[in-house]
Design a protein. Structure first.
Length: 90
């Protein structure tokens, strides 16, 4: 990757990562509203009134959603960069 391409890709990658994080949060909130037992927000791990099962399942779901969205956004950003710059963003 040339230095010009690298300089262009860094801000693009940062912007897509931020957008992906926001999107993952929204997707998780929508899923958790439908499957959460007590309320629509992820339980705080320090809230001892919530069960271990509930906290750990919510954390696992959050990790899965975040990982999938991040991989999808990173992949789309890399493909978009390749389409514009005609080289891979390695």
């Amino acid at each position: 990757m040339t230095s010009t391409s690298k300089a262009f890709y860094k801000p693009l990658s940062l912007a897509t990562s931020i957008a992906g994080g926001l999107l993952a949060g929204q997707i998780f909130n929508q899923i958790y509203k439908r499957v959460g037992e007590n309320d629509a927000e992820m339980p705080d791990p320090k809230d001892l009134s919530r069960s271990n099962r509930e906290v750990l399942i919510a954390a696992a779901l959050h990790g899965v959603v975040y990982g999938l969205v991040k991989a999808g956004v990173d992949r789309a950003g890399a493909k978009g960069f390749r389409a514009l710059a005609k080289e891979d963003p390695k």
